[in-house]
Write a protein that binds this ligand. Structure first.
Ligand code: AHR
Length: 866
């Protein structure tokens, strides 16, 4: 037992943060502990004391290290941390993760503030590792780690392992004796247990500075427009100047604005993918929703229209092993139908044509006959009818088409056998003939057009978390998503629904081509999502090394599928799908905001090296974690720099305040290192609206992205699409339902950037007259670019203040400008979710003036006369 000291305590952050004077102590005690609050998810805390009697919490309870293990909401626990400092100065922290896994966690730090990647050495399957401790042997330089396993049938057993480097460990063996070098102190009102270390005062001072800095930043970053009436109560309309020296231009990326499509919130099935039948393949599975929905199975969305027929699911001799379930109808008397309700009903437009198709076969020598396929309403309305040819006893595809007789929002599709006996049915499908660009197996035209109207220069797909999946078995495999629909392999969508793979790699490539955007597929880096909850706790497992060569070959095959000659194995498959011409794939993303572990690094490096060797023409985009700081970000960047990865994918969902106060984020980036793809970002307010405040914060930040368009290659807001009633994440850029597409305010910002991109940045200097308040200055931003192809100068001005700004613009060095420019302004109430841009013309020239309304984004296009 460690010593328990119930000691009077003072946990006063103000006092803890007070700068000490000249007589500060040389050394103090530092207490490292974790509480069991929030199910042990609050990370590592420190308190300090001169005498182990009176303790000062840092923070209080500021988290200096948080656990990355396992799924959000269930894991990420840090239990009984134990810290030692080795003679080389490095601090090593180990902790227990949970009560079930035979693994503990390790992380190391030089300063107790910046921690290196975490590792989770597996010690024994099924035996937990509780209360781990480390001891260091000077003679051998070896660390001995001991722990208790309480999952032994015969009670608890102590185990130990040794390591020199916290990478390689000797096999765990049982050991005798007991140890507890932890101590317990009452810091606030409950006793906390941890390790105590004598440290230089400077160490504690640095820890104090760290949390003070974090607290200060949090205060800034949490500024919201709701407080503007008070914050800017004194502010009067402003005057600004923008001086641009057009002779100082430099080239910027021509792919700066794109989109990121992920199948989240029914973005694909039930969304962009125009299929109107839900669960067409009878492959819905309870595991799609982790068993949490009793109705989610092969029967989902299907029902019978009478009682002269029964219906069950079978798996004997399916159409294809990837599609094992099918429906069996046992028809006693003809006239009843098997009906599909669609995704929240089927929307029909009067006069439009629809194609229905299905696979069928007679079973047990059922009588030969035809099927009626019809579209019906709830009250018996018939909106369209067609009849198939006679059904045979082999699986065959039957197609019919009809014209909808009237508009409907909740129609259903019925398949009605005209005979008695048993029949097998599968892949029952209904598509409008009007798909985007008229493609077979195509996309909903209204949603696709809304995306196209952003003028995206690239499309990243298919995720996000969907790309790397929930556990190894859920990694998105592109080969499962091409070829005949009945042979594609559907799978669980980790957002809690079903992915038919009907919108697969071929369709993604084709969509990119149709909207003139570069395809940017993202492939898992041999590891699943770091928050995986299935198949092991998170990204602690990677694809086994013996399977990596095939995994890498699959990636090389993807390039052949996209770009290879029709005579190649995979190029031929592309041609068979109807596209003999290459898709001109130029980019591949490897990994998605992965946890940077040794397992990740090993696999990423293998894939990267293989791509570099076999396809130097492809630009690989690496990954640097889910945040704009922290271990994954730092170590992801280190790997990228070491390997010379051309571009890395950064992600950050932040408050509007973060975007306001971080406009210099890329100004300091080293131009000799990897370039950046800001692959996922959005401004998040409490309640997660997409409104004018979030949109203007993004617009403001994008001015700085354009300024850094020499190092930032690409950006994409996330997520792109969400279906009302099935939204797993907010905010999104475009909401939709079965009838309507609803672009958000943020959508218009993206569109204004996409439609007003340039290939040259024209540096300028903007200033607000008579005002040097940083809160004011940071809310006004400008960017000027030139589109040399179309000979236009584009001025972007963002005003995130509650007062107007009269702005004088001077474009030095350009005399041949048109005298009238087109102006588009997005403005409104700051909380508006419906603001839309409005365009007009204004007088312009090398010098002109314009008024920026309060809370507005203004884009001015000026033609350069030849
Ligand atoms: O955009 C939604 C999710 O956010 C993505 O799937 C993932 O990459 C990120 O965490």
């Amino acid at each position: 037992m460690g010593s328990i000291c119930f000691i009077a305590f003072l946990c006063d952050p103000v006092q803890a943060a007070r700068p000490l004077s000249a007589n500060q102590p040389d050394s103090v005690y530092l207490f490292a502990y974790a509480t069991n609050k929030n199910f042990n998810r609050n990370g590592l805390h420190f308190a300090w004391s001169k005498d182990k009697t009176k303790w000062f919490c840092l923070g209080p309870e500021h988290s200096y290290l948080r656990c990355d293990y396992g799924r959000w909401g269930a894991e990420k626990r840090m239990i009984t941390p134990f810290i030692i400092q080795s003679p080389d100065g490095w601090w090593h922290c180990i902790w227990s993760l949970n009560e079930k896994d035979g693994t503990f966690a390790h992380a190391a730090s030089k300063d107790l503030i910046h921690w290196k990647r975490q590792s989770y050495p597996v010690m024994a399957q099924g035996k937990n590792c509780l209360q781990p401790e480390i001891a260091y042997r000077h003679e051998t330089g070896e660390y001995t780690i001991t722990w208790i396993s309480s999952s032994e049938p015969a009670g608890s057993t102590r185990y130990s392992t040794t390591t020199l480097d916290f990478k390689n460990y000797t096999p765990a063996k049982s050991c005798s004796g007991s140890s507890n070098k932890r101590e317990t102190f009452v810091l606030t009102d409950t006793p906390e247990t941890g390790t105590v270390h004598k440290v230089a005062w400077e160490t504690v001072e640095n820890l104090i500075n760290e949390y003070q800095l974090v607290a200060y930043k949090n205060q800034l970053f949490n500024e919201q427009a709701a407080d503007d009436p008070v914050r800017f109560a004194w502010l009067k309309p402003l005057h600004a100047t923008l001086l641009v020296d057009t002779r100082q231009s430099f080239p910027i990326s021509q792919h700066l604005f794109g989109v990121f499509f992920e199948d989240i919130s029914y973005a694909a099935d039930g969304g962009l993918y125009a299929e109107l039948v839900q669960n067409r393949d009878f492959e819905y599975d309870p595991s799609d929703k982790e068993g949490n929905d009793k109705t989610w199975n092969s029967y989902k969305a299907w029902s019978l229209t009478g009682n002269q027929m029964s219906f069950h699911i079978d798996t004997v001799s399916p159409i294809h092993p990837h599609n094992p379930h099918y429906a069996v109808l046992d028809v006693a008397s003809s006239g009843d139908g098997l009906a599909n309700e669609g995704f929240d009903g089927i929307v029909l437009k009067a006069g439009e044509k629809y194609n229905a198709s299905l696979f069928a076969r007679l079973l047990n020598g059922g009588k030969k006959g035809k099927l009626t396929v019809r579209l019906t309403g709830k009250n018996g309305e018939v909106y369209g009818t067609a009849i198939t040819r006679p059904i045979s006893s082999k699986w065959e595809k039957y197609t019919v088409s009809f014209t909808a007789l009237q508009d409907a929002v909740d129609a259903r599709l019925e398949v009605v056998p005209q005979f008695t006996g048993k029949i097998g049915l599968d892949m029952i499908s209904l598509f409008p003939q009007k798909t985007f660009k008229g493609r077979t197996n195509g996309l909903r035209p209204d949603i696709a057009q809304t995306i196209a109207d952003l003028h995206p220069r690239f499309v990243r797909f298919p995720g996000g978390c969907v790309a790397h999946g929930d556990g190894l078995g859920n990694i998105y495999r592109w080969k499962n998503t091409i070829g005949p629909l009945e042979a594609r392999k559907p799978q669980r969508n980790l957002w809690g629904y079903h992915q038919t793979a009907g919108l697969g790699y071929f369709e993604f490539f084709q969509f990119c081509e149709d909207i003139k955007a570069e395809p940017l597929p993202v492939i898992a880096a041999g590891v699943p999502c770091q928050n995986s909850g299935t198949g092991g706790s998170g990204q602690q497992g990677g694809i086994p090394m013996c399977d990596m060569p095939q995994y890498i070959q699959d990636i090389l095959d993807l390039i052949e599928y996209a770009n290879g000659d029709v005579k190649t194995t995979w190029g031929k498959k592309r041609a068979e799908a109807g596209h003999p011409q290459p898709f001109n794939l130029k980019y591949i993303g490897i990994g998605n905001e992965d946890l940077i572990t040794d397992i990740f690094e090993e696999r990423f490096t293998m894939i990267f090296n293989a791509l570099k060797e076999k396809h130097p023409e492809i630009t690989v985009i690496g990954t640097v974690g889910p945040f704009c700081e922290g271990t994954d970000y730092e170590e992801g960047w280190e790997i990228a720099t070491k390997l010379g990865v051309p571009i890395v994918d950064e992600h950050y969902y932040q408050t509007p305040g973060w975007f306001i106060y971080n406009q210099d984020f890329y100004d300091k980036y080293d131009r000799n290192k990897s370039k950046v793809y800001l692959g996922e970002y959005a401004a998040h307010l409490p309640g997660r609206p997409n409104n004018l405040e979030t949109a203007l914060a993004e617009a403001l930040y994008l001015t700085s992205v354009e300024r850094n368009g020499d190092v930032v290659e690409m950006t994409s807001y996330a997520p792109l699409l969400a279906k009302e009633g099935h939204t797993h994440w907010n905010p999104d850029l475009i909401y939709f339902n079965n009838r309507e597409v609803k672009p958000t305010v943020g959508y218009y910002v993206q569109q204004l950037y996409g439609q007003n991109a340039g290939n040259e940045y024209l540096p300028g200097k903007s200033s607000l007259a008579g005002n040097n308040n940083p809160a004011v200055q940071r809310r006004f931003a400008t960017s000027v670019v030139r589109d040399t192809l179309n000979q236009v100068v584009i001025v972007k001005l963002v005003n995130l203040l509650p007062v107007s700004i009269q702005t004088d613009v001077k474009l030095d060095g350009l005399t041949n400008l048109a005298s009238t420019g087109s102006r588009t302004v997005l403005t409104g109430e700051i909380s508006s979710k419906t603001a839309k841009p409005v365009s007009d013309s204004i007088p312009v020239g090398p010098e002109f003036s314009c008024s920026l309304p309060a809370y507005s984004f203004t884009v001015i296009r000026i033609k350069i006369n030849s």
